[in-house]
Write a protein that binds this ligand. Sequence first.
Ligand SMILES: Nc1ncnc2c1ncn2[C@@H]1O[C@H](COP(=O)(O)OP(=O)(O)O)[C@@H](O)[C@H]1O
Ligand SMILES: O=P(O)(O)OC[C@H](O)CO
Length: 498
Amino acid sequence: MGEYILAIDQGTTSSRAIVFNKDQSIAGVGQKEFTQHFPKSGWVEHDLEDIWEGVVEVCHTAMKNAKIDASDIAAIGITNQRETVAMWDKKTGKPVHKAIVWQDRRTADMCEELQKAGHEQTFTKKTGLLLDPYFSATKVAWMLDNVRGLRKKAENGSVLFGTIDSFLIWRLTGGDRHVTDATNAARTMMFNIRTHKWDSQLLEILNIPAAILPEVLDCKADFGTAHADILGADIPIYGVAGDQQAATIGQACFEPGMVKSTYGTGCFALLNTGEDAVTSKNRLLTTIAYRLDGKTTYALEGSIFMAGASVQWLRDGLQIIDEANASGKLAADADPEQEVYLVPAFVGLGAPHWDADARGAMFGLTRATTAKEISKATLEAVCYQTADLLNAMQKDWKGAKDAKTTLRVDGGMAMSDWTMQRLSDLLNAPVDRPMVLETTALGVAWLAGSQAGIWPTQKGFAKTWKRDQRFKPKMKEADRTRKLAGWKDAVSRTLTVR
Ligand SMILES: Nc1ncnc2c1ncn2[C@@H]1O[C@H](COP(=O)(O)OP(=O)(O)O)[C@@H](O)[C@H]1O
Ligand SMILES: O=P(O)(O)OC[C@H](O)CO
């Protein structure tokens, strides 16, 4: 048997494959961006054939770069952008529509109608989520209502629904398996996170036939075998998790009270709450962190829609930087006397506000304001938003108050020293950056590798987590208090629902 693990990370803007050595170091990487489709304002779609071809290509690239053959791989782990909806024909495997992406807001009216009809409590109680277009359910309902003949096919079981992991597994196994894992199921708004069943009451409200839904497995399980004609050898798929949950695992946040925050396109903070499915009073999400050997660990999640994407806006929109890294250098040179705030509500605000209609705003501009202060305000906004999430977590759950550990960070933006220092300053808490920033792929590689029996147990894996740098708070208390108050004021002036 081979001794390498292949992790497939199918993200929102690119697909990555990483071959891991037995000692958990990286042997080879493949990465490919794919086209984003914006057919109407607020709509975001992905071409599933594009995703499929890209994933197969990056797997081959990663194996080539690692200088190994498919037969050297012991197992595959799959992690994916969550909530995005795929539907395909059961016989041919052909998609019946482009995938509707998590960022897509087309079902905002549907969500409002469901709210008006008094269904929000029912959905939240059962799924831990809020009635928001972000999640899969209303996107599935939209497809059934809008693709000609689809509802009939769904009712007679000739089309299938899945999140991206399900779609990839269906293709990799040549249509043998229609499965997903508990973390992905938890993001669909159709799955009861307490009973671990697709919920018939919710399906009835949404008029979604149960026949289209995948079987839900633990994160470590036998998800089927990827066929030799695709990757070059028959390889078992042994691990699956949504990308933010995979990062929680990759950061070894296995103890209740541990929290990680991933700074990619958006930012997603997950707090391990152990066996408690904590109900938030502050509009955080209750979600499944992982399910191993039938035992569920829950998390509170805060989702921020714009993190690294705001830095992309500095680069591509305002064109005040050439590359993302330059944002920190500019911020470091900003005039400390200027109090400029950016509220990056470019696509509304996520947790804890969930204000879909809010739009971005900048406050405190003077004739002296330059690209430096704007850059600083952009990076600080991500830190302030994280502070809001962690405050909400502390209010929601007593276990978060005496969290034993510090915030563990990862994702592209965590490479910015300036931002991580400012984050620590504004949180007034240490921020730990690990050696391996590819925590998402690492998390799912651990699921697959330990299931294959060649990677350490959970405890052993947790011990391998290594810190690259700890950022400690240096800001004076008075400065922090003043700045946090300024941010609060800026947000309150931006919200449409107060
Ligand atoms: N040095 C940096 N400073 C600030 N932002 C950065 C830096 N490097 C990368 N980023 C941001 O991080 C994001 C990419 O991170 P990544 O984890 O690859 O995201 P995703 O998985 O969502 O595509 C980009 O939006 C980019 O603007
Ligand atoms: O693909 P990413 O890294 O932007 O993550 C997307 C999240 O899973 C959306 O919930």
